[in-house]
Design a protein around this ligand. Structure first.
Ligand code: GAL
Length: 662
């Protein structure tokens, strides 16, 4: 097998081999074996070429400590293999069997109030528990030895949606060790955490705890380090299992599935440790911005993958974890699946194949719902499977390129999301969505980037909000603008250093100079529903009392305390936006700056609700509206889905999609 991934490792192309992977989590331990045969028949009919097995199978594989029951999995692997279906095999370590909690209570995590997370649900494991890690390594070793060279195996899937925290005693020990590695001495820790305030000075490592329930605000840098540590501990668990499976199957790529825009893992760091970057994505079918939400996660995942990526899970119909769980109207599953492909996915998979009849997720849709093969859900899945098979060879492996990068980073999120800040209303995902939406609605394709990445390939860099920035990142942004790049920064950026220490002047001096800000006097956060009137638009969420230096003021505050002060200013190619403009205004502002920077929309004159994305030389056009539209597409193309030639103009029905090849 050739190595198609990054750094000579196997990659997604080793699993896809020119097809789009289509399938999903298959949990057949819920069903009698006769059903497996029916399942496989339906899978073939639906064009399923990949199933993910074993995600929650630990109790079935190891019913008692040390006992192994692989017979059922042997039969299943053979069955799917005989039917030409590949297997993404999961290590079952996200849901330990009940015996583990009973025999080894040390494997159970504690929350910040000291309450135990008991078995009976799932993901009740402590990342710090030596016992848990020992059992997880042992089952992984045996699974990998048995199936590591099985012909059905296409990919390893480690654990599932790593997302646990632990404030317990064993975690306190690993937290201290992590802090010793980071700081070396207690003096350095005391300085970084600012423990001189509120009598928090530590004189012995044993005094240090995870940030447990406290009378009033926890130390913010302690909380920030706890988040960094948690991400690192989970990554250690992942890497330990990954290294085991790699030993047994060096040619098989390894992944673990991210949750979309999830705060618990520094996904930039994690992505570097994976052969395939995969994500689970469940936009709300009723959300008018569901498509944009999807696009944001897809752009972020593609950027983390540095190429094609895997949509590991989505829902064919409703989920069961919102307050009200809406099904997908006819055509929406196809539309959102093809949107993921447009934005770089080479795998379109679901949770789960057959809808459960029992257990916590029996009201969560499956590819085969309770209505069975007659059901609309399965019928639409089947149609999609046929279409993905049709376009697979021409789509897979192609890359999309963007001229704009949006910067996002986890340390900034962790530090900025705490209590004791100027406003609890400022929520990074909300701000990020607002800025990404402005670009999405302007039909400009965006990558995401880490602030310390090389940004020189982008015409425009957008920073919705990065409260914390390292010196390296700040120097990088300054160099980027000096090198000819255009930068737009939102409020509350560059405020704190790596230890969450406020930078002198309230905002880093290099950035103030870059934007031409002389003094940042005060922040004036806005109440929910309150607006700040500005020339040409209304600001929301935040406003600032700024004194400009050699900046050019683009727009001023009107009325109120800030009357006449700059709301949006620029110094040459460096723009600063001190509020969150309402959506239309933010879109107009960014579209204007992008045009000045030489960034072009994918297509001109696109109707609202129509998305266009280029992937290699293919042009995807997606109608997110319920009304038919006519789209101008200058040139002559072949529509890979419809098979028809297209010249200059394209008709798309409700939720219609075209994949145009030159
Ligand atoms: C994911 C999870 C799946 C399933 C799904 C339901 O978070 O990985 O196992 O629970 O959500 O939407």
């Amino acid at each position: 097998m050739s190595a198609t991934g990054v750094d000579g490792r196997p990659g997604l192309a080793d699993a896809t081999r020119g097809r789009i992977l289509f399938g999903g989590d298959y949990n057949p331990e819920q069903w009698p074996e006769e059903t497996w045969h029916e399942d496989v028949r339906l899978m073939r009919e639906a064009g399923v070429n990949s199933v993910t097995l074993g995600v929650f199978s630990w109790a079935k594989l190891e019913p008692r400590p040390g006992v192994r029951e692989f017979g059922w999995l042997d039969r299943l692997m053979e069955l799917v293999h005989e039917n030409g279906i590949g297997v993404v095999l999961a290590t079952p370590t996200s849901s330990p069997p009940p015996w583990m909690g009973r025999l080894h209570p040390d494997t159970l995590p504690r929350d910040e109030d000291g309450r135990t997370e008991w078995w009976g649900g799932r993901q009740h494991f402590s990342h710090s528990s030596a016992t848990y890690r020992r059992y997880a390594a042992a089952i992984t070793e045996d699974l990998a030895a048995r199936y590591g060279s099985h012909p059905a195996l296409t990919m390893w899937h480690i654990n599932n949606e790593y997302c646990t925290y632990d404030w317990g005693d064993e975690a306190a020990g690993t937290f201290r060790r992590w802090l010793q590695d980071r700081y070396g001495t207690l003096d350095a820790l005391n300085t970084a955490w600012g423990t001189a305030f509120w009598s928090q000075g530590y004189g012995d490592w044993q005094e240090i705890l995870p940030p447990r329930h406290a009378h009033y605000l926890n130390n913010p840098t302690q909380v920030l380090d706890f988040k960094r540590y948690t991400s690192d501990m989970l990554l250690e668990c992942y890497a330990a299992e990954r290294d085991i499976v790699r030993r047994h199957s060096p040619g098989i790529p390894v992944t673990t599935n991210f949750m979309p825009l999830w705060a618990g893992q520094d996904a930039w760091t994690w992505a570097r440790q994976e052969d395939v970057v995969s994500v689970d994505l469940y936009p709300d079918p009723r959300d008018p911005f569901g498509a944009q939400d999807g696009a944001l996660v897809q752009d972020l995942t593609r950027s983390q993958a540095r190429g094609p990526w895997m949509l590991m899970e989505q829902a064919a119909g409703p989920v069961n974890w919102r307050g009200v769980n809406h099904p997908k109207p006819r055509g929406l599953n196809r539309l959102w699946s093809l949107q993921a492909v447009a934005r770089g996915a080479d795998a379109v998979c679901y949770f789960q194949w057959r809808q459960s009849r029992q257990g916590a997720e029996k009201f969560h849709s499956g590819m085969v719902g309770h209505a069975g093969k007659q059901g609309r859900t399965y019928q639409e899945v089947r149609q999609l499977g046929a279409e993905l098979a049709r376009i697979g060879a021409e789509v897979t492996g192609r890359r999309s390129s963007a001229e704009v990068a949006v910067l996002h980073e986890w340390n900034a999120w962790w530090a900025g999301a705490q209590d004791g800040r100027p406003s609890r209303e400022v929520d990074l995902p909300r701000v990020l969505r607002a800025w990404h939406r402005a670009l999405w609605e302007s039909h400009v394709t965006t990558d995401f980037a880490h602030p310390e990445h090389d940004l020189s390939g982008y015409r425009l860099v957008v920073v919705p909000q990065l409260y914390l920035l390292t010196d390296t990142a700040i120097d990088g942004l300054v160099a980027y603008v000096r090198g000819g790049g255009t930068l737009v920064c939102g409020f509350l950026t560059g405020i704190a250093d790596e230890d969450d220490r406020v930078r002198p002047g309230g905002m880093d001096a290099r950035l103030r100079e870059l934007f031409g800000i002389r003094v940042l006097h005060e922040w004036w956060p806005l109440d929910p529903g309150e607006h700040a009137e500005c020339e040409g638009f209304r600001g929301t969420l935040w406003s600032e009392e700024i004194e400009a230096g050699d900046a050019e003021t683009h727009s001023r505050y009107k009325g109120g305390e800030l009357d006449g002060l700059p709301a949006v200013l620029r110094r040459e190619r460096a723009w600063y936006v001190s509020t969150l403009p309402e959506p239309d205004a933010l879109r107009a502002l960014l579209a204007g700056v992008a045009a000045e920077a030489g960034v072009r929309p994918v297509l001109d004159g696109l109707p609202a609700r129509v998305e266009a994305v280029r992937r290699g030389d293919l042009l995807f056009v997606l109608n997110h509206g319920r009304e038919p539209v006519t789209v101008a597409v200058p040139g002559t193309y072949r529509d890979l889905l419809g098979g028809r030639p297209v010249t200059d103009s394209l008709e798309l029905g409700r939720y219609g999609v075209a994949v145009l090849a030159p």
